[in-house]
Design a protein around this ligand. Sequence first.
Ligand code: ZN
Length: 47
Amino acid sequence: MAKVKDPVCGMMVDTEKAKFKGTYQGVTVYFCAASCQKAFEAKQAKH
Ligand SMILES: [Zn+2]
C-alpha cells in the first residue's frame, strides 16, 4: 500500500484505490476527487 499526497487539497490518497489519477509530464498524480483533478488540470493548462 502506498499513499501519496493529492497536490490540490493535500489529502493522502491510496494509490491502489485511487479512481482519479493522471500522468502529467511523465509523473503520475493521484487525486481524492474528480474536482481536484480538474483543478489540477486547469492549473497545468496555464503553464
Ligand atoms: Zn483532493
